[in-house]
Design a protein around this ligand. Sequence first.
Ligand SMILES: [Fe+2]
Length: 248
Amino acid sequence: MTYQIKNYLLSMQSNWPINHALYDAVQESIPAIAKYRANEGREDLHKTPIDKMCKRVFPDIYTVPLFRRQWCKMMVEEIKLMEDHVAFKPNEDEDELRQIPEDEDELRQIPEIVLRDHCPELYSRMWFVVQTVLNPIFLSLYQRDCFDISSVQIANYNPKDKQKGAWHHDESADISVVVPLNTGGYVGGGTEFHNHGTLKPLPSGHALIFPSFTNLHRGLAVESGDRYLLVFWLHNKSRNKHIYEEIE
Ligand SMILES: [Fe+2]
């Protein structure tokens, strides 16, 4: 079942959803990133304007203002329409990818809408954001590409369906990006990183960026309301291809 976006502004090919200052910083950083890539890492990538926009909250874990608040508001209105057509349910692809046994702790199963399956228009908009905004951020923060999409989904933590998550790694990703869409519209929530500490819900549209392999984490309990999150699981196909070729 696919859902067609009602609000034209959400399906439009444009950079307007991106935080203005961040968008400018990305454009200003591209020459340094391009030079770094052309040198194949033989010279360091010095601090870029993107770095100034990113806040380090724990080692290797950053926050950055990614989407405009107005876009987040429109998204939440659209999600509420979407819910009449597509139910939030645990991501089955994820189970397949990770080969989760049926009896696994059900707290891992967060109700989600997978955009590739249920909202292709939004998926293609988010693909564009990954290529043009998130990947330059990853190059600045981690000096690596990560622009292939394992999944982009909308997650919903709420007291009725799934209040909180269990400790886990995002195993189908190299880098995870989590963006709250309606901070202030619910009570509780936030993210805890094992051995690091807890983060209160970020302002709507601010992205939490972290390497997925090394950061055990869990979603904290929502006491009332719905906490909507836009979640990106990203990987690097060329890296995996290289691994598979070695195995063969
Ligand atoms: Fe996660």
